[in-house]
Design a protein around this ligand. Structure first.
Ligand SMILES: Nc1nc2c(ncn2[C@@H]2O[C@H](COP(=O)(O)OP(=O)(O)OP(=O)(O)O)[C@@H](O)[C@H]2O)c(=O)[nH]1
Ligand SMILES: [Mg+2]
Length: 524
């Protein structure tokens, strides 16, 4: 693709007369996609969201624009090259007589060494261009995908770079990032790389510095990522500023969790709750900005209410929220009636609570010989499940499994699930299941404790089960056993033999609760 010298000349002349920069975006086919008129010292490239990219990793577009004051290719130009994944960015300097001077071009340099991610071509006068740049572009694209298998067949899921910018301690930050990776994995997202930045202060606009963001974009290009997941909740304007820089989809931890919930919710109630939480999260993030100027290409969880619904305006979302709330109320009434019926039978209720992936569902399965879903995924269980459990002494109880807790549980989600968790209020005994094979099990316990308090469940009788001891080597097991002392029972939910001590004491505890006359009775 050679720039037509006549066109270069007219661009310069027009630019000279208007005293403004003029730019054109040209497809690989040679078709001019866009003409941009800037100011004397800059041009602003409009959203390319609707431009069909003709390239592979690169955009398939070349930007050629004029510089009036003899400036060289600027940092802003380089950012445009990178963030828009342009094939080539060229600057034609306009001479003092309004005619073209030399043309300066730059392109991305994939595996750039020493942190240099771009290279410059030798300046050339538009009338003297000899070589076409096609070959160059092909080789850049080749290099971008080199070393990586990008077979389109097995590319079902999203490919993400995880980013955490935090003021937390290193250990906490790493833990939290590891959990984000687990969440991503649970949502079938391939994690390509994680970026952790600890700072004394977080940049309120972009979260990250522009330079760091540029580094991440380069990595995204090299690794063929299509998604950036931030561990910190992004406010609406942060999402917007970041998506202004990139056409990657940008989501945060909350959206990821919402997305997982959306894919897991089975019951009508669960689905209603998740949709409600998603809409509430989305509402303040709807952009009222002119879409032509905004490069907001995503930024909202991929799954869920669906693209078309994302476009409906606030009022309709509010209407929908009102309707959802009504429907939910109806569903909870039904649940209340079911519960009351159960109450009439006077069966005591044991509720399993705990951090996600602690082994609650597995324990329920082992105790009741059931087959409910238990998986090595975060939030395997969303809908509360109840089973009957008969103790050896014939005492019969209801045992319920609940949604797992997590640190920084999105507020909207917690609220949405409040109704489900309210059921816990009816519990006679809470069984807190802890995964002791997780090095941060104490922190996770604290999170559960805090959430229980927030849910007003802090005062219910409680037992703690330290689960998955089978995963500990002898030495660690010894340490952990010492550490937990008489705080609870060490068990392995996959091994019924280890549950005896717990069962014996649970029965005793329930006996005490049943004897307690202050236990609320439901009217017949
Ligand atoms: N080795 C071992 N694995 C366990 C044990 N208990 C649970 N697991 C495994 O841990 C994973 C999570 O178990 P779940 O029962 O789904 O955990 P959960 O607490 O219900 O998780 P959520 O529903 O996501 O909140 C599964 O892969 C289980 O097989 C145990 O005692 N030992
Ligand atoms: Mg579960």
């Amino acid at each position: 693709m050679i720039i037509n010298p006549e066109m270069a000349k007219s661009l310069c002349q027009m630019s000279f007369e208007l005293n403004r920069q003029i730019g054109i975006l040209v497809h690989r086919s040679g078709k001019v996609e866009n003409v941009i008129v800037g100011t004397h010292s800059q041009i602003i490239i409009p959203s390319l969201g609707n431009v069909r990219a003709s390239g592979g990793r690169l955009r398939g577009l070349r930007l050629i624009h004029t510089h009036l004051a003899g400036e060289d290719i600027s940092d802003d130009d380089l950012m445009d090259l990178l963030f828009l994944r342009l094939d080539i960015l060229s600057v034609i300097k306009v001479a003092e007589d309004g005619l073209p001077d030399k043309m300066y071009s730059t392109h991305l340099l994939p595996g750039g060494n020493a942190g240099k991610n771009w290279a410059f071509l030798a300046p050339v006068h538009p009338a003297n261009q000899k070589e076409s740049v096609e070959e160059l572009i092909t080789s850049i694209e080749g290099e971008l995908s080199a070393g990586r298998q990008t077979s389109f067949v097995d590319r079902k899921g999203d490919r993400a770079i995880l980013v955490s910018v935090t003021t937390e301690s290193k250990i906490r930050a790493e833990d939290s990032l590891a959990e984000l990776a687990e969440l991503a994995r649970s949502d079938n997202v391939t994690v390509l790389e994680t970026v952790l930045q600890r700072r004394s202060q977080v940049n309120p606009r972009l979260i990250l510095g522009k330079g760091k963001l540029a580094d991440i974009m380069i990595r995204a290009l090299q690794l063929d990522a299509n998604l950036l997941i931030f561990n910190q909740e992004l406010n609406p304007s942060q999402i917007r500023s970041i998506t202004d820089f990139t056409d990657l989809r940008v989501i945060d931890r909350t959206q990821l969790i919402l997305d997982i919930f959306a894919s897991r919710a089975m019951s009508r109630e669960g689905k209603l709750q998740v949709e409600m939480a998603q809409l509430k999260y989305m509402l303040p993030r709807l952009s009222s900005r002119d879409d032509a100027l905004s490069r907001l290409t995503g930024g909202i969880g991929a799954r869920g209410p669906g693209e078309t619904k994302l476009e409906i305006d606030r009022r309709r979302i509010n209407d929908r929220l009102t309707r959802l709330a009504k429907e939910l109320q109806q569903v909870s009434m039904e649940r209340y009636r079911r519960r009351a019926k159960r109450r009439k039978k006077e069966l005591p209720v044991l509720s399993l609570v705990g951090y996600t992936n602690a082994g609650k569902s597995t324990l329920l399965n082992t105790l009741t010989n059931s087959n409910i879903i238990a998986e090595d995924k975060l939030f395997a269980t969303l809908d509360p499940t109840s089973r009957r459990l008969r103790f050896p002494t014939d005492l019969e109880v209801i045992i319920t499994d609940t949604v797992g807790f997590i640190d920084n549980l999105p507020a909207d989600l917690l609220q949405a699930f409040m109704a489900t968790l309210e059921e816990l209020l009816e519990a006679d005994l809470l069984i807190h299941v802890v995964d002791v094979s997780s090095p941060s099990y104490r922190q996770k316990m604290a999170v559960v404790e805090r959430l229980l308090k927030e849910l007003d469940l802090g005062d219910l009788p409680r037992m703690t089960l330290f689960n998955k001891i089978d995963l500990l080597d002898l030495e660690t097991r010894h340490q952990v056993l010492q550490n937990i002392g008489s705080e609870g029972f060490a068990i392995s939910a996959i091994d019924a033999e280890t549950l005896r001590g717990f069962l014996y004491h649970a029965e005793q505890a329930i006996g005490r609760v049943l004897d307690d006359t202050s236990r609320p009775q439901v009217e017949p």
